[in-house]
Design a protein around this ligand. Sequence first.
Ligand SMILES: Cc1cc2nc3c(=O)[nH]c(=O)nc-3n(C[C@H](O)[C@H](O)[C@H](O)COP(=O)(O)OP(=O)(O)OC[C@H]3O[C@@H](n4cnc5c(N)ncnc54)[C@H](O)[C@@H]3O)c2cc1C
Length: 388
Amino acid sequence: MPGRRSPWMDTPDGDLDDFRDLARTFCEKEIKPNLERYIANKQVDRDLWNKAGEVGLLCLSIPEEYGGGGGTFAHEVILIEEQSRVGDTSWGVSLHNGIVAHYILAYGTEEQKREWLPKMASGEVVGAIAMTEPGTGSDLQSVKTKAIREGDEYVVNGSKTFITNGALADLVVTVAKTNPEEQAAGISLVLVPTATPGFSRGRVLDKVGMKGQDTAELSFDDVRVPVSNLLGTEEGQGFVQLMQQLPQERLIVAAGNVAAMEYCLDETLRYVHDRHAFGRPIWGFQNTKFKMAEVATEARVARSFVDECIELHLAGKLDIPTVAMAKLWCSERAQKVADMCLQLHGGYGYMNEYPIARAWADLRVSQIYAGTSEIMKEIISRSLPAPS
Ligand SMILES: Cc1cc2nc3c(=O)[nH]c(=O)nc-3n(C[C@H](O)[C@H](O)[C@H](O)COP(=O)(O)OP(=O)(O)OC[C@H]3O[C@@H](n4cnc5c(N)ncnc54)[C@H](O)[C@@H]3O)c2cc1C
C-alpha cells in the first residue's frame, strides 16, 4: 500500500527498526505455522510465552530493572503490527505486556514489582485482568466480586467472564469491592495468583472470532490472598486506577485495528489480482478498483489519526476523549473495511480458511471490548463544550 512510515518509528538510534525485525522473525517463525493449532485448541501453546520471553518480546515497555525491555509504547505497537501481519489474533500478548504489567508497574509496591514483573517478562507468569462479570461489563462500578479484609488477608468471592488469557493466566489483576456498600469508591484491584486455593476456571468460551485466544470464565470461592496483594497504597483506588489505564488499552485496540485494515488491504489486493471472472482478473472491474481505493483511504486516514495518538501518548499528553475517538473510529472503520474486502472475495470470503473471513469475524469484538462504541460516544460527548 502507498504506505506512510509512522513518525514515531524514527528514533535517534533507529532501534525500532531492529526491534521490528526481531518481532517479524518471531511472528513468522513461531506463530504463523501454528495458527491452525491455536484455533483448534482455543489457546496458544503455553511455551509460546516462554519462547517470547527468551527473545525479549515480553514486558517491552517495562523498565529493565524489573526484567522488562526498557522500551516504550512504540515497541508495543510494533509487536501488535507484526502479529497482525501474519494474521494472528490468538496470542493475548498486548494485554499481558501493555495492560496487566502496567497496572503492576504503576500501582505496585516495590516488592510486588520485583516479585511479578521479572516473571511476566520471562514468560513464567502469564497475566490477565478481570473486570467483567456475568452481570456487569460497561457499568464497572456495579461489580459484585468482593475482597473482604479478614486480619492480614483478603477473602475474594465472585465470578468473572470473558477474561482474555483466562485459561493460561498465572496472575489475575482482579477488580473487586473491598467495600461493597460503595460504588466506584468501594473498588480495589487485588493481585490473585491462580494457584491460590478457591480459584478455578470455567469454560474457555466459544467465540464468533478470535477463536485461538483463550477467553475464559473465572471463579473465586473464598480465595485468600495477603493484604499486601492490594494494588495501590489504600483500598478504594481501583476505579481511578482503571480510568487511568484504560486509555492505553483503548489505544492498543485502535492500533490493532489500523494494522488489521492494512492486512485486509494486502490480502485482498493479492486475491483480486489472482482471481478471474468474465475473462479478466477481478481487479479489472472498476468496482474493485474503487472499493480498494476506499479501503486504502480508510486505512491511511486511520493510521494518521492513530499515529497522532501514539505520539501524544509517548509524550504523556493523550487525553481520554481523544483516545475514545480513536477507538470508536478505528474499530468501526476496520469492520467496514473487512466487510468490503470479504465481499471482493466472493464465496471464499465466507470460508474460515481464508484470512479475510477470519479478520472479519475477529474484528467484530473491537467495537465491544475495552469499552463499547456506545461508551466511547458517552465519553466523547461529555468532552464537548456547551455553547457559549
Ligand atoms: C473476546 C472478549 C475479550 C474480553 N476480554 C476481557 C478481559 O480480558 N477482561 C475483562 O474484564 N473483560 C473482557 N471482556 C469484556 C468486555 O470488556 C465487555 O464485554 C464490554 O465491556 C461490554 O460489557 P458487557 O458485555 O457486559 O455489555 P453491557 O455492558 O451489558 O452492554 C450491552 C449493550 O448496552 C450498551 N450500553 C451499556 N451501557 C450503556 C450506556 N451507558 N449508554 C449506552 N449504551 C450502553 C452497550 O454499549 C452494549 O451495546 C472481553 C470481551 C470479549 C467479547
